[in-house]
Design a protein around this ligand. Structure first.
Ligand SMILES: [Ca+2]
Length: 151
């Protein structure tokens, strides 16, 4: 005996309400220690997390909110964005996804990425008046960082 379609639909609806989509359930930690991009990537993995991937405006807002709560907003912050593999082809390294793969959304500052101090192959959130907008910067520069966790 199969459950009626209406029953299946009702259960599905309840699950959608009870279980928010994964993008809404990420948790973040703020690390007020300046390290290189790869050091940050490694530390987040050691914490059973990922160096942050900013795939949606919602995630951008959640990360900046966490920084405002726990860190200096004047600083810049590592994410896992990088084009080390191929110049101009940006990836969220921690998530194996293209930057901008969710509806084409990105949050680059004006004129960025510019590979300005060539080579600039890692993506940081820029603090101060930029309020977390993105720039490509030198991967070996020491910066604060944000880890994220699937809850
Ligand atoms: Ca740049």
């Amino acid at each position: 005996m199969y459950p009626k379609l209406a029953t299946v639909a009702a259960i599905g609806l309840v699950l959608m309400v009870v279980l928010p989509p994964p993008v809404l359930t990420l948790r973040y930690t703020i690390h007020n220690t300046k390290v290189t991009f790869f050091n940050a990537l490694t530390q987040c993995i050691q914490l059973n997390g990922h160096l942050a991937a900013v795939q949606t405006p919602y995630q951008q807002a959640a990360i900046w909110k966490a920084i405002k709560k726990a860190g200096p907003t004047t600083e810049s912050w590592w994410t896992s964005g990088t084009d080390l593999g191929m110049e101009g082809s940006w990836l969220w390294f921690s998530r194996n996804r293209r930057v901008g793969s969710v509806r084409g959304w990105t949050n680059w500052m004006d004129t960025e990425p510019n590979n300005g101090n060539s080579p600039e192959h890692c993506l940081a959130l820029i603090g101060g008046t930029k309020a977390g907008q993105w720039s490509d910067v030198v991967c070996t520069d020491p910066r604060f960082f944000v880890c994220e966790y699937d809850v």
